[in-house]
Each structure stands twice: as structure tokens, then as C-alpha cells.
Write a protein that binds this ligand. Structure first.
Ligand SMILES: [Zn+2]
Length: 116
């Protein structure tokens, strides 16, 4: 099971995109806009957002290759999208940004491209 998750799921893509997003935010907010940029706080929130995948633990089987996460796991419900979008206005906006980007990647996985 664990080997399947490591080799077949897109966890690495979620982490990669979190780091890329962090780099973009660092350049845009820290350098171009000149705002104070709390490097580790932002990275921590972006990476923590991927823990949304813990809701897989409430499904059986916990991991199934090719299964679309959206609307199959309760935190991945598209009904929560307005709540997550509202979260962008809170002090945890990077966390909610991370969740929305996580949704986007999961959605791309649902489209069944050959590289996922
Ligand atoms: Zn997910």
C-alpha cells in the first residue's frame, strides 16, 4: 500500500508545485512589491495545505490509482471551494492558496492525462 502511494500517486507534484508557488510569491511579494515576506511561515502554510490529503484515510481503499480525489474525499468536496476561497482573505491566506492549488492539481489528475 505505502509503496503504491509513493510510486503511483502525485504527492511529489503537490510538493514540487508548493515550492514553485513559494518561489513565485517570494519574487512577487518580497522583491517586486517589496513587502515583508515571512519565508518560513509562507512555505509552512503552503506545505501544510497538502495535509488535506489525510482525508484519504477515511476512504477504502485508502489509495487507489486513477481515482479522482475531487468529491470522493470529504475535504476534497467542491462544495467547500467557497469556504477555501474566503480563507484567502484571512491571515492563513497562503494555507488556503495552497489548498486551491492542490485542488487544481487534483483536478488535472481527474482529466486523466498520460503523465499523471
Ligand atoms: Zn488531494
Amino acid at each position: 500500500m505505502l509503496l503504491n502511494i509513493i510510486t503511483q500517486s502525485d504527492w511529489w507534484l503537490h510538493l514540487l508545485v508548493s515550492f514553485l508557488l513559494w518561489g513565485i510569491l517570494y519574487i512577487v511579494e518580497g522583491k517586486i512589491l517589496g513587502r515583508s515576506f515571512k519565508t518560513w511561515m509562507v512555505l509552512g502554510q503552503l506545505l501544510t495545505a497538502n495535509l488535506i490529503d489525510l482525508d484519504h484515510l477515511f476512504s477504502w481503499p485508502i489509495y487507489q490509482a486513477g481515482r479522482c480525489s475531487l468529491n470522493n474525499h470529504f475535504l476534497h468536496s467542491t462544495n467547500f471551494l467557497p469556504v477555501y476561497a474566503l480563507g484567502l482573505l484571512s491571515r492563513f491566506r497562503y494555507f488556503f492558496l495552497g489548498i486551491l492549488v492542490h485542488f487544481l492539481i487534483d483536478y488535472l489528475g481527474c482529466l486523466d492525462f498520460w503523465w499523471f
